[in-house]
Ligand binder design. Structure first.
Ligand SMILES: Nc1ncnc2c1ncn2[C@@H]1O[C@H](COP(=O)(O)OP(=O)(O)OP(=O)(O)O)[C@@H](O)[C@H]1O
Ligand SMILES: [Mg+2]
Length: 338
């Protein structure tokens, strides 16, 4: 069997190891646990796993356990019967039932509440589920693949993750290496994204200069492939010439690798006025906005800044603005930022 890795870029030895395991495990029904830092491509890999399995023509049902509040997550997973709770006006199947015959992707499993972990373990062991408020048990034939950016072994030690569920999920571990360990893949990915973004903006292809390449290879990429893609999109918009020079790269890269940027004169940041000034009605009118729109705009900017500071790591960004991760995700979804 040849692997269909459509859309996964990289030929580094560390990634080749992952593909080797993927090839062996894809055709089986084993439970797989994909781990790796945020933005390393866990979701992409899980989709490839399904595409290369015998279940490929059956449903692939993802669920982000970190984005759904505990009370809703149980009925999302297992479904509910009419009248099970106040808003249950009709019966609904859960994701386990929807995935019957196919693959269920439990994304961000590390965020799941302990009480729900018990129910997942039961569903995995017995291959049957019970809807919330239901009285009967349904058999389901589902392959479960889970992903997390947490170290589940640490979570087990800290008492936040059930040991029995960890062993049940971790039958085949697939660990995605961080981007900084993938060597030349950084440049392959950079060129791939740069090319794609230039094409979609109908601008001439941008080339990476040797010095810029060297800097991309040295940077530590805390936000991994997602961060790289965002940088390349930004370059496709902001870079004036035909070649990406070191001074086109963000300050963050210089700070991280310990170099001083040769700032272009026109790029010098405008001086901020001394002290904090609340926006006034005049500012709102100048923007030609109504109150709701104005406040939403301010909120959007703060969320964007927090995400950037957190290298796209949602937990960290939520912490920076002092809201729950689930609330952050809702807000980003509303703005099509997810
Ligand atoms: N090897 C790769 N080739 C091409 N694109 C990639 C690769 N790895 C990741 N990406 C892209 O990077 C982005 C992040 O990937 P993905 O969502 O799979 O990461 P993740 O590990 O699930 O992140 P998180 O932990 O934040 O959920 C996506 O847009 C994905 O398409
Ligand atoms: Mg993900």
């Amino acid at each position: 069997m040849t692997l269909n890795l459509d859309g996964i870029i990289g030929d580094s030895p560390v990634l080749a190891e992952v593909f080797k395991v993927l090839k062996k495990v894809a055709p089986t029904d084993s439970t797989v646990l994909v781990t790796g830092e945020s933005g390393t491509g866990k979701e992409l890999l899980v989709r490839a796993l399904h595409r290369n399995s015998i279940r490929r023509n059956q449903p692939f049902i993802p669920i982000n356990c970190g984005a759904i509040p505990r009370e809703l997550l149980e009925s999302e997973l297992f479904g509910h019967e009419k009248g099970a709770f106040t808003h249950a006006i009709r019966s609904r199947p859960g994701r386990f039932e929807l995935a019957d015959g196919g693959t269920l992707f439990l994304d961000e499993i590390g965020e799941m509440d302990l009480s729900l972990q018990v129910k997942i373990l039961r569903a995995l062991q017995e291959k049957e589920i019970e809807r919330v408020g239901g009285t009967s048990i349904k058999k389901v034939d589902v392959r479960v693949v889970a992903a997390t950016n947490r170290d589940l072994e640490d979570e087990v030690v800290a008492g936040r993750f059930r040991e029995d569920l960890f062993y049940r999920l971790n039958v085949i571990p697939l660990q995605l290496p961080p981007l900084r360990k993938r060597g030349n893949d950084i440049l392959l990915l950079a060129e791939y994204f740069l090319c794609g973004h230039c094409a979609s903006k109908e601008r001439k292809h941008l080339k990476l200069s040797d010095k810029a390449k060297e800097m991309l290879l040295t940077y530590s990429w805390p936000g991994n492939v997602r961060e790289l893609e965002n940088f390349m999109e930004r370059l496709s918009i902001l870079c004036d010439g035909n070649e990406v020079l070191p001074e086109d790269l963000p300050q963050k890269i210089f700070d991280d690798i310990g170099e001083t940027p040769l700032k272009k004169v026109e790029e010098v940041q405008p001086m901020r006025p001394a002290g904090f000034v609340w926006p006034t009605l005049r500012d709102m009118k100048d923007k030609d906005m109504k109150l709701k729109e104005f406040l939403e705009d301010i909120e959007g900017r703060l969320l964007g800044e927090a995400l950037e500071m957190a290298d796209g790591v949602k937990n960290k960004a939520a912490e920076l603005v002092g809201i729950k991760r689930t609330t952050l995700i809702e807000k980003l979804k509303k703005r099509n930022l997810l």
